[in-house]
Design a protein around this ligand. Structure first.
Ligand code: G4P
Length: 534
């Protein structure tokens, strides 16, 4: 096996996705503890603010910005090099999360067993489904009285449109939580609140009629476990790795992150099951990770937020070949050569300069304005990776310069922050000075104003717009598209890549216009193929 193949086999890059408060930060931290990457709890910064004020958010981002290594956490475990991608906790920045999902090969879904499937979980899983991303599921907080586990499985299967395959099964819940039964390895993992699992807490019970079960968990819970397992085996097919890798079924684990319970089993399962770097689609062809030539794409740009050094870090996912420090590569969008002396790798709490990075790795590149989100870098081939779409924003505003003396700063700030993905910016065809902002949440509007003022010395103001629903449009019939745009010119905007967007005032109006214009295709993401080919 050559070194590239060997490194590929070892790599495992995944994101943790969840609705806020499900326990993502706690789990990330416990995974790092078990992986030996950190030694004390409290080292991982939560991505959430309790109060959604702009100064709280900026303070938190600053902290995260300085220690950007928390965005990607790499560590070695069970013979694999694991990269966990952190995704923003705040719902207003969900687009950043969706983009992060383009840079991983699988996802770990965390569900709060008290609350069940929540709104953001649904959206994130939809994005995973579009890309057939394998998902493993952890039902958290079993130490609390939550929903019935069968109900949780049902809800997950129904709401996330994915087959569920329980791998462990809880015994009791809340105050009576005794642990889980590992359905695959036929062993009992016993729970003692607040303690890290010891090897003696694991009891092998091959046959559930073994009276040892009563001794360990008591009569009524033993009886319930037997009934549950009978029921499960009738309803759910056994776990099948191929179904998981195809994104069709998810293995489900139960536990309690805060109590360190069930996390080691989860990590062991991820290390043995989760896919190594997968092929990535470009507009031109499918790129295999084992190809000799390097290729990769930028999925995130993070400003350091230090006004004295306005440099940014571009996060590049290596898709194929070997990325080498100081080697000259090709920046496809500009057609220019690109070279970096200080690529950074992320290892849990630290970042360090790397000489080489392999497919599945994320490299941080100091950027002075070369990169935009979605840019491809290669050894010379002109390909463009897909999978980094913009999603239709939900809030729109006209944006205007509020300080005429700072015109230059205003445009520079707006362009750079749009490139960073803080907001989406649209313009009117033939009226480039009329700019419309699109965001997912109100907080983004405040963050933009704050950063324009503090980082660029510019002031911006917002004006209302009566259009609120956006669809990217295309047609095989160029004449029909032009006529449509002319007829609806008041409602058509152009994004930073020059693609047309049709805006409507209501879903009723949108449906009416759509049904009257069958030659036009309407998409809810900028990557237009995805709606047609889920
Ligand atoms: P997030 O990143 O998904 O937003 O969630 P986070 O880990 O911050 O966890 C959200 C809350 O849930 C935290 O409590 C955390 O302690 C708690 N939690 C996580 N795992 C478990 C679990 O297994 N059982 C129980 N009972 N709680 C759990 P908090 O009160 O918001 O914060 P803190 O004061 O404890 O830090």
């Amino acid at each position: 096996m050559n070194e590239l193949d060997e490194q590929l086999r070892r790599r495992l890059t995944f994101a943790i996705i969840s609705h806020p408060d499900s326990g993502k930060t706690t789990i990330t931290e416990k995974l790092l503890l078990f992986g030996g990457a950190i030694h004390i709890a409290g080292a991982v910064k939560s991505g959430k603010t309790t109060r959604a004020s702009v100064s709280d958010f900026m303070a938190m981002e600053k902290e995260r910005g300085i220690s950007i290594s928390t965005s990607v956490m790499g560590f070695e475990y069970a013979g694999r090099k694991i990269n966990i991608l952190d995704t923003p906790g705040h719902a207003d920045f969900s687009e950043d999360t969706y983009r992060g999902l383009s840079a991983v090969d699988s996802a770990l879904l965390v569900i709060d067993s008290v609350k069940g499937v929540e709104e953001r979980t649904r959206k994130l899983c939809e994005v995973c489904r579009m890309r057939h991303t394998p998902i493993a599921t952890f039902m958290n907080k079993l130490d609390r009285e939550g929903k019935d586990p069968i109900e949780l499985l049902d809800e997950t299967e129904r709401e996330l449109a994915i087959g569920v395959r329980p791998v462990t099964w809880p015994i009791g819940q809340g105050k009576s939580f005794k642990g889980v039964y590992d359905l695959v390895q036929k062993r009992l993992l016993l729970f003692f609140p607040g303690e890290v699992q010891r090897p003696s807490d694991i009891v092998t019970i091959r046959d559930l009629s073994d009276p040892l079960l009563e001794q360990k968990v008591g009569e009524s819970l033993a009886a319930k476990l037997r009934d549950d397992v009978d029921l499960l085996s009738g309803v759910y097919p056994p776990f099948d790795a191929a179904e998981y890798l195809a994104g069709k079924a998810t293995p489900v684990f139960f536990g309690s992150a805060i109590n360190n319970f069930g996390i080691r089993e989860l990590l062991d399962a991820m290390a043995s099951l989760a896919p190594a770097p997968t092929p990535k689609h470009s507009e031109e062809r499918v790129v295999q990770p084992g190809e000799d030539k390097f290729s990769g794409f930028v999925f995130k740009i993070h400003a350091n937020m230090n006004p004295k050094h306005r440099d940014r870090v571009a996060f590049l996912r290596v898709c194929s070949g070997i990325f080498e420090r100081n080697k000259t590569y090709y920046h496809v969008r500009s057609g220019k050569p690109f070279r970096t002396a200080n690529p950074t790798a992320f290892m849990a709490q630290d970042s360090e300069i790397v000489n080489q990075a392999w497919p599945g790795d994320i490299v941080g590149i100091h950027d002075t304005g070369t990169f935009k989100i979605g840019d491809t870098v290669t050894e010379g081939e002109s390909i463009n990776f897909k999978g980094i779409p913009s999603f239709a924003p939900q809030i729109f505003r006209y944006i205007v310069n509020a300080d005429p003396l700072k015109e230059k700063q205003y445009h520079k700030g707006l362009d750079q922050l749009a490139e960073e993905g803080v907001v989406q910016i649209f313009s009117k065809p033939h009226q480039p000075n009329v700019r419309v902002l699109g965001v997912v949440g109100q907080l983004q509007l405040e963050v933009l104003q704050y950063r324009m003022e503090h980082e660029y010395g510019a002031k911006c103001a917002y004006r209302p717009i009566d259009l609120s629903i956006a669809h990217w449009i295309a047609s095989d019939d160029a004449k029909a598209l032009k006529e449509f745009i002319d007829e609806h010119s008041r409602r058509v905007l152009v994004d930073i890549r020059g693609t047309n967007i049709f805006m409507s005032e209501s879903s009723w109006q949108f449906e009416r216009i759509k049904s009257n214009n069958s030659a036009i295709r309407f998409y809810s993401t900028s990557e237009m193929v995805e709606d047609r080919d889920p």
